[in-house]
Design a protein around this ligand. Structure first.
Ligand code: SF4
Length: 351
């Protein structure tokens, strides 16, 4: 392990000073294989509960994000743009320069105890994955979950990380006293596509193992089938394979979401597409000619296909064995427009 306090004129110190104050930043690297090439910027954040901009169509108002940047490195990740707010690179930098809010649990506990807090629902995994690899070392989520449990504060988690299983006992405890929602993101089951487009994530089948384990404990877990990637994961047989696997995992719901390409993600994804599937570049330029979203007719077609398959494979509400308060997290709907650039990234992504 290596660490250093940042010199005032280094690139990262300028970035961190932009939001957190340079004196609060320590950078670390670890020699273990899973963290090779990754730099962690440990900071003491000023706040941890973020309000979703009022114009957003998200089904929640408050979010908690203990990390910024994500080593899951999904090529299409919409949160890339938010790394730019820190003057950090939105491409490889987003995958490898991870900001860690080391005081997240204590900040949250303090906020939940404050007089102004009314016990509203808190969504996690809405910007970057709170169960990305860093969580294995920093272990911020147990403290966060314990605070939510102790205050009986409702919350939901959306993740691609299998590490969430570590916290299953805490999730069960929280579900005894409040509403808890869990969703796992699995857009497709094609292993070859997974290796190139989501290179830092657990394999789709391992994510579905998370759903299976939750179901085995009587905990309802939904799947956000996101993203469905045009021309790469949208063939009927691919959609069928994905929905069949999701159904077999015991998921309580499946919600499809077609890839969207906002600025930040768009450039990085298109450059990846040009390297891996150059013959598709022109088709993408046509499909996304009007902006970040695929045309409505395309989105509707995918949604209809997935819903039909879900009916065929019997994905539906969980059975009577499910604990009263724990359920699949409400997957977020796509945001119609990006909010104005916030001081703290409340722009929401879909894992
Ligand atoms: S899409 Fe989610 S899991 Fe993938 S890099 Fe972005 S935040 Fe991480």
């Amino acid at each position: 392990m290596r660490w250093e306090n940042l010199s005032p004129d280094s690139e990262h110190s300028r970035a961190d000073a932009a939001l957190f104050g340079a004196e609060a930043v320590t950078t670390r690297t670890f020699d273990t294989p899973e963290f090779r090439g990754i730099t962690f910027h440990e900071i003491r954040a000023r706040s941890i509960v973020n309000r979703v901009p009022g114009a957003s169509r998200m089904p929640f108002e408050w979010t908690v994000n203990p990390y910024r940047g994500c080593s899951h490195a999904c090529v299409y990740c919409f949160a890339r743009k938010t790394h730019g707010y820190l003057d950090l690179d939105t491409g490889l930098g987003f995958d490898s320069q991870i900001v860690v809010k080391t005081n997240a649990p204590e900040l949250l506990r303090h906020r939940l105890a404050s007089r102004g807090w009314r016990g509203e629902h808190i969504a996690m995994g809405t910007n970057v994955d709170c169960y990305q690899r860093a969580e294995g070392r920093y272990r911020l989520m147990p403290g966060i979950l314990a605070a939510l449990r102790d205050h009986a504060n409702p919350f939901s988690i959306l993740t691609k990380g299998t590490l969430i299983l570590r916290d299953l006992p805490l999730l069960r405890q929280a579900a005894e006293v409040t509403d808890v929602g869990v969703s796992v993101s699995v857009g497709f089951t094609d292993e070859e596509l997974w290796r190139t487009v989501e290179p830092g994530t657990p394999a789709p089948e391992r994510r579905l193992e998370v759903v299976r384990t939750f179901a085995g404990h009587g905990i309802g877990c939904g799947v956000l089938m996101a993203p469905v990637i045009p021309f790469l994961s949208d063939r009927p047989e691919q959609l069928r394979a994905a929905v069949r696997a999701i159904a077999a995992s015991g998921a309580t719901s499946v919600t499809p979401l077609v890839l969207h390409l906002r600025p930040g993600a768009r450039e990085w994804f298109m450059s990846w597409l040009g390297r891996h599937h150059p013959h598709l570049v022109d088709r993408y330029l046509r499909l996304y000619a009007d902006g970040a979203y695929a045309p409505k007719w395309y989105q509707r077609r995918v949604t209809r296909q997935v819903h039909e398959l879900a009916r065929e494979y019997g994905i539906g509400p969980a059975g009577p064995g499910m604990p009263r308060r724990i359920r699949a997290a409400e997957p977020a709907e796509p945001v119609g427009s990006s909010p104005a650039e916030p001081a703290e990234p409340t722009q929401l992504t879909l894992l």
